[in-house]
Design a protein around this ligand. Structure first.
Ligand code: AMP
Length: 394
């Protein structure tokens, strides 16, 4: 296991905590949803209680290295201060000497937040001088931004390379959960994969073939598999460059005794729109001009049976075009069955999480991952660069 803030002495130390406060903010600059802030409170409170001087650093949106007042972290500052019930100071410009002065004037237990770190183009470029400047503000680096742990940016990878680095509680929990399901799952272990980006998901399937009992595939990625075995999927989303690999994966799964279950039936639409004319199709027999937009009722029933018996579930990606009301049913039903399951369930990816949250059943799943890209990388069996810089506990 990687070292966490529990494994070091933080009293009187300047602690640079890379958080992920990339929260949705509306046109009136109000925070719409603050899970990403509340999720970091245990780490921040621990550091405060143990006498650390806490420097928080985050990105917000995609300002592309330019100052954009609409993407200022000031609304987050106000919310955090309220949640912590204490004042949090704010450093407008990390490159200005005034920031170092503010840090030098901090007392034990004080909290300071830096302005949106992506206002600097040096951040995403992992500029060494910029990373050095950030590192000069602190004695210890804490990785609490799981959502950016797979990126080599200055405030994540760059700083962690220069000063002693440990995990915060949020990242620790993510690593523990993924380690548990990937390396020590209880069986039957069922993976549910959906979404459109098949190129991201095929390496996940390849990695999981040695670990899972069953893989349920839905969403746009399913049609490449259906076509690979000779089905007529009409106008459905297909990645023709992946047909061969999809076929190979199905063959390997068979050899290894892993069941890959593709949709039996689908809700097809005449075009990719909310009010398109729809029709139900057997997976292999789409009518010309129609495309698959959601899994059908027979598939939902079949997936339900398998999910019910699972002791471990990993789910990433919607089973249909979740953005449209008409094609949400499959994803919502699967969310309901996953939530009902009493085993361990780990969910990643925006749409799958949104489905669980919209049904109000988030507390019924074991773990909702805060990082889409990072969680996919772990499921692909890869290491996260920022986590790799953190020493193991001896
Ligand atoms: P991903 O980022 O790979 O998890 O993909 C998420 C996207 O997949 C969402 O925007 C969905 O609208 C899309 N999606 C899900 N099912 C389908 C489908 N049958 N056809 C096209 N896109 C889909």
């Amino acid at each position: 296991m990687k070292k966490t803030i529990r494994d070091i002495d933080v009293a009187g130390k300047r602690v640079f905590v890379r958080v992920d406060y990339n929260v949705p903010i509306n046109n009136e600059l109000k925070i719409v949803e603050d899970t990403r802030i509340t999720a970091t409170l245990p780490t921040i409170n621990y550091l405060i209680e143990h006498g650390a001087r806490v420097i928080l650093c985050s990105h917000l949106g995609r300002p592309n290295g330019q100052v954009d007042p609409k993407l200022s972290l000031r609304p987050v500052l106000a919310r955090l201060s309220k949640l912590l019930d204490k004042p949090v100071s704010f450093a407008e410009d990390v490159l200005d000497d005034s920031t170092l002065e503010m840090v030098n004037n901090m007392q034990d237990g004080d909290v300071l937040m830096l302005e949106n770190i992506r206002f600097y183009k040096e951040e995403e470029a992992n500029d060494p001088a910029f990373a050095k400047k950030l590192a000069s503000l602190a004695d210890i680096f804490v990785l609490e931004a799981f959502g950016t742990a797979h990126r080599k940016h200055a405030s994540t990878y760059g700083v962690a390379k220069l000063i002693p680095a440990v995990c915060g509680f949020l990242v620790e929990q993510e690593l523990v959960m993924f380690d548990k399901v990937i390396n020590n799952p209880e069986h039957p272990f069922v993976a549910i994969l959906g979404g459109a980006k098949i190129a991201d998901k095929l390496p996940v399937i390849e990695n999981l073939l040695d670990k899972v009992d069953t893989i349920l595939i839905g969403g746009g990625m399913a049609y490449t598999f259906v076509k690979a075995i000779g089905g007529n999927v009409g106008m459905s989303l297909v990645d023709n460059t992946k047909l061969e690999l999809a076929k190979q994966i199905l063959d390997t799964a068979k050899e290894k005794g892993v069941k890959i279950v593709l949709p039996i039936d689908n809700i097809g639409a005449k075009d990719f729109s909310e009010d398109a004319e729809t029709m139900k199709f057997n997976s292999a027999f789409f009518a010309d001009g129609y495309q698959g937009m959601d899994i059908g009722p027979k598939t939902i029933k079949c997936f339900k049976k398998i999910i019910k018996k699972a002791k471990t579930i990993v789910w990433n990606g919607p089973l249909g075009v979740y953005e449209y009301e008409k094609f949400k049913r499959g994803t919502n039903k699967i969310a309901k069955y996953v939530a009902k399951n009493k085993g361990i369930s780990v969910i990643g990816g925006g749409d799958s999480i949104a489905a669980i949250q919209s049904l109000g059943v988030s507390k019924k799943v074991t773990h909702i991952s805060t990082g889409g890209g990072a969680s996919l990388m772990l499921l692909q069996g890869k290491k996260l660069p920022c986590v790799e810089l953190i020493e193991d506990v001896k």
